[in-house]
Structure formats: C-alpha cells, structure tokens
Write a protein that binds this ligand. Sequence first.
Ligand code: KG4
Ligand code: ZN
Length: 337
Amino acid sequence: MLVMAFETSCDDTSCAIVEDGRQVLSNIVSDQDELHERFGGIVPEVACRAHIENILPVMRQAIDAAEMKLSSVDAVAVTNTPGLIGSLLIGLTAAKAVSWAFDLPLATVNHLEAHSYAPWLNGEPPPLPAIGLVVSGGHTNLSCIRGPLEHELLGATRDDAAGEAFDKVANILKLGFPGGPVIEKTAENGDPEAVNFPRAWLNKDTLDFSFSGVKTAVLYHCLGQNASKDDIEDADYDPDFVANVAASFQKAVVDVLIAKTKLALEKTGLQTLIVGGGVAANKLLRQKLKELTHDLSVDLFLAPLKYCRDNAAIVGGLAYHLLKAKNLASLDAEAQP
Ligand code: KG4
Ligand code: ZN
C-alpha cells in the first residue's frame, strides 16, 4: 500500500511516500527556520502562510523523488492533532483535496504517536509493550506503547517542553533559532559542571516534567536576579561564558529526561524503550539513553536522526496501521490544536 502523507503541525512543511508502513520512498521537508529566526521562536501566523506557499512544491518533490505518479498512490494521510491550528489546517486541507480528487481513503494521525513510530521505518519493529519518550518543541511525554496506535500517557511536562526550553535558552544566550542544534554545538566547548542549574522534580515519585524553572535560572544566571526577557537585547556575553551555560543547561535537561525515563522503566518493568521527537537528535541525550538502557538491560529503539525532527514519513508509516484497520477519516475531519 502506497501512502502519501502530509505533516504541517508546526513550522516544517513535509510530504512523504511510504510503502506498507515501513519503506520510505521519499520524505521531503521544507523548514522555515530562517523565517522565524528573527523572532527567536515560531510565529503561528507566519508558519501557516509559509505552509500555504510550500505545500504544493513539497508534494511535487515527494512524488518526483519517489519516481512515481500521483495516480499510483493508494491512500492519503495527514497529521490533524496536536499542533498550531493554522498550520494543521494547511496539511489537512491538502490531504483532503488529494483524497477527494483521486477518490482515495484518508487517515488522520496524532503527531506524537507518529514521532514514536520513527524506529519502525526501514528497521525491525520494536517488541511491545514499550515505554515511549517523545521529546519535541511542544511536548515532553512518557507513555506506555502497547501498539503503534495504542498509547497510554504516563507523564508529561506541566509547563515548557524540553525543546521549548532549548529554544528559549538559545534566545537568552543570543544563539539563534532553533535552539537545540545550536546549543548542542556551543556546548561542545563548554564545561557541563560549570553551573549547577536546577533539575526539577527529581526527588518526586512522578513521571511529570517541568522545564520552565531551568530556563528562568539561566536567565537570572546570565542577566542577574529578577532580569526579564527585555534585558536580553543589551546583553554582551563572553563566548566561554556562553559555552559553559549551554553545556550546563543541556546537562541539566538531559539528567532530568534520563532520570524520569529510568523511573518509568522501573515502575512498569517494561523491557523496551522507544524515543522520538526533535530533541531525540541531541547527541548527549542519545549517549545517555544508550548507557541507561545498557545498565538496565532494556532494548533501545531510538528514532534515526533523519526521522527525529518533524517529517511526513513517520505520519505515512503510522497511517498504514489505521488504513489497514479501515479506521478512516471523512472529508469533514477537523484539526485539533
Ligand atoms: O519534533 P520537532 O521537530 O517539532 C515539534 O513537534 O515540536 O522538535 C523541534 C524541537 C525544537 O525545540 C528544537 O530546538 C529541538 O527539537 N531540537 C533539539 C535538537 N535538534 C532539534 N534539541 C536538542 N538538541 C538537538 N540536537
Ligand atoms: Zn514534532
């Protein structure tokens, strides 16, 4: 079954062709990093307008890269939740248009479940049930995964997501956007023990997270107690100082993610860990996850780097299971932000 999938939940416009839930024939992603950089974060209205411009060229590229014709597609899939409402609507409308014009079945996919599906693509399916960790710009979720479409939420962030914290701290350090990759790069020259930033809720028996405290701690450390975002513009930092803060912040976030994932594995006794989402591209997190699962004798299924960040291949892969089960969406399917 050839599925054409769309993903536009946030600021990446993507279209992919995926065969039988596993084989990725093409996966085109057009990011909007340059557009949002000057704002230090994603501006929903800007993202939605850029999706409108990008969606058809990205779709054409996906078809060309798969060396096929649109008429060979068997079904259409799209992310309809969660995300930015304007952004979701562009992908959903494109998918509905293709579904209607070519009389193809339509499946709507949950973005977080799609992130957890990344290890299935071009690889052996993970044994289930598993603990799933999704770390992205909008979410930090721990779940119990019983099937590709059966996720039970065990814990989530109560405030900022891990990726959001990376983006906001990069903004404080004047490193640009998106924050994750640039903090990771800057941290290579820094000392992760230089500043002891807070690790929230490590002593609590909960699988929830909180990352807004560490972001505020970075702001105060850089610009003084009671500083505000308005003070960032005038800041003039020493490069060694920035590297040390980046490394110490990254270490604090990774420590919390590892500790809570360990707790989830211990509480449930599950033997498989699946990790996806944009932040799963982080080298330190990947290394610490490997060490953790080695120590606990747990099987680790990490999203391949090319499928960490938002992309439509994970959507097309997961949708295969919905389509096979005849769990279809209608042309009046709604986007749920
Ligand atoms: O999954 P994703 O592409 O979009 C959402 O669903 O939000 O994740 C984007 C997030 C951004 O916050 C970005 O800064 C973060 O993932 N990110 C990283 C890295 N690469 C991307 N965070 C830490 N280290 C990275 N290497
Ligand atoms: Zn995402």
